[in-house]
Design a protein around this ligand. Structure first.
Ligand code: ADP
Ligand code: MG
Ligand code: MG
Length: 492
């Protein structure tokens, strides 16, 4: 029996891993029901949850209106080599962000035309200019980044989608999804032909907590706090709470949550640069808001952002780190000979360049022409974060033609990017307690943490991962935005 069974296992495993990155894996109906049920119980008991949008207070009051986070029932197969490649890139990108952040002129020049037509980016640049004028130095620099990738089916290359330097989300929940998958495979692995040891452990939340604690330590004031800048309503609050609970329990560092409006009302910077909010000294400002124009409904929020930037608190991110994460800078860094301005190591440069997809500014007339002719091969991206802002397909053509006809400077608000087409495969996506089987594609995010104090690099590491899976017919990929589900990796 053992023997026959293991043949079956081999077969189903081959099926599970056929083709690179393919997740095609049929689960028999009886087993599927059990898996979904157990998974939903597991999520509820282990805090793999978000606020339920049908409950009014779910975005403000913890403990009210919880629903499991959308998740993939089984982890996504990924070839070991791609996994290692993505992990290896993390410290190199961390260092790149730091180097670029120190070149204020590069940031200002690269974004100067964008600034004219994009008021939001303009406001960020204004704060950055003020800091340059003040000669503001950030000796202690903390970056909590997430570099996102898709595996291009045609070239078999792992391409970077973007690098997030502000509000990289899901360090908390992504760890739980890996644990959920390990747990399900421990129970049902024999029937599924899967081995839980192939799901890499995910350290995102503990390593991010460690980075925040180490930064707090560098600030060297044991009564100071970490302040999490939050949106007024946040259904992804449990992801953030996971991090803060870790910070408190593993490192004894307390945190407070404040909106930008509250910071404006309660905050002040003392003559020595100390940031004080409601009488409490802030050592580290950790942004989980402030990346979108919606986060700045009035001047009050902009005042708060400027206040924090002027202080000597450690900003995660500083305004410079924030700007390095814009799509425009991603595109500028992909130009020939630009990486060489910031990095010395040729191997590192080659590794970064290998993961750059086609990226173009819209003053490249030939590329704009190609995009109008074949819009399906491009993505048109404004300088925005948080999902749901990019333009695809026929809208790329319409938008480009309109902007060209207007002869407007507005083209400078966007960049064009080569569209990546990952292999789609059948997946089980669970949302609001219901499991759907669909063709889906995945995006791999690798968390990175960087901390330095003057010349001393205290931390520069890969810190775990986020896999997100979405139906292949959907353009965008945000989980919070409702397009994707949280997933993990099954190494093959
Ligand atoms: P954001 O900062 O809003 O997350 P992204 O650049 O990550 O912006 O784009 C959002 C989503 O759009 C991605 O998660 C991905 O699903 C999709 N996307 C972005 N760029 C590409 C691309 N070049 N090819 C295919 N899909 C893309
Ligand atoms: Mg982003
Ligand atoms: Mg993104």
């Amino acid at each position: 029996v053992q023997c026959g069974r293991s043949d079956e296992l081999e077969e189903s495993r081959d099926k599970a891993t056929e083709g690179h990155g393919s997740g095609a894996r049929e689960v028999p109906p009886g087993l599927l029901e059990k898996l979904v049920y157990d998974a939903l119980v597991w999520c509820s008991l282990h805090g793999l949850v978000v606020g339920d949008k049908s409950v009014q207070r779910s975005g403000t009051d913890p403990g009210i209106g919880l629903v499991h986070a959308p998740f993939a029932l089984l982890p996504r197969p990924l070839t070991d080599g791609y996994w290692r490649q993505a992990c290896e890139l993390a410290p190199i990108f961390n260092e790149l962000v730091d180097r670029v952040s120190l070149d204020g002129k590069f940031l200002q020049d690269s974004l100067s035309r964008t600034k004219k037509v994009d008021a939001f980016t303009g406001r960020l640049l204004d704060i950055h200019s003020k800091m340059l004028e003040m000669n503001k130095r950030e000796d202690i620099r903390l970056g909590l980044h997430r570099s996102d990738y898709m595996l291009d089916a045609e070239t078999n290359l792992l391409f970077q989608i973007e690098l997030n330097t502000i509000s990289s989300s899901f360090p908390g929940l992504s760890c739980l999804v890996s644990e959920l998958h390990k747990n399900l495979i421990n129970h049902y692995g024999k029937d599924l032909g899967l081995d839980s040891r192939r799901v890499p452990g995910n350290t995102a939340v503990s390593r991010y907590a460690e980075a925040l604690a180490k930064a707090w330590n560098e600030y060297n004031n044991c009564s100071a706090l970490v302040m999490v800048v939050v949106q007024t309503e946040e259904r992804n609050m449990y992801d953030q709470h996971w991090l803060c609970v870790m910070l408190k329990e593993m490192h004894g560092v307390a945190s407070i949550r404040k909106t930008l409006a509250e910071i404006d009302a309660e905050g002040q910077v003392l003559p020595d640069g100390t940031l004080v909010i409601g009488g409490q000294t802030v050592a580290v400002v950790y942004f989980r808001a402030g990346y979108s124009p919606n986060d700045y409904p009035s001047e009050s929020e902009w005042r708060a952002r400027l206040l924090m930037e002027q202080s000597n608190a450690i900003k995660c991110p500083s305004i410079s780190y924030h700007l390095v994460g814009t799509k425009k800078i991603q595109q500028e860094l992909a130009k020939p000979n630009v990486l060489e301005r910031f990095l010395e190591n040729e191997n590192d440069i080659a590794k970064l360049r290998k993961c750059f997809a086609g990226l173009w500014s819209l003053d490249n007339i030939d590329v704009v022409k190609s995009a109008i002719e074949r819009p399906e091969f491009f993505v048109l991206k404004p300088q925005r974060e948080g999902g749901g802002n990019n333009i695809y397909g026929d809208k790329v053509r319409e938008t480009l033609i309109r902007l060209q006809q207007e002869g407007s400077e507005e083209l400078a608000a966007y960049i064009l990017m080569q569209r990546i087409f990952p292999t789609a495969s059948l997946s089980y996506l669970v949302r609001e307690g219901i499991c759907h089987q669909d063709h889906a594609i995945s995006e791999l995010g690798i968390y990175g943490a960087y901390l330095r104090n003057k010349d001393k690099v205290i931390m520069n590491d890969q810190c775990g991962y986020l896999m997100r899976t979405k139906v292949s017919t959907s353009n965008e990929g945000g989980v919070a935005a409702g397009f994707a589900v949280l997933d993990s990796i099954y190494l093959t």
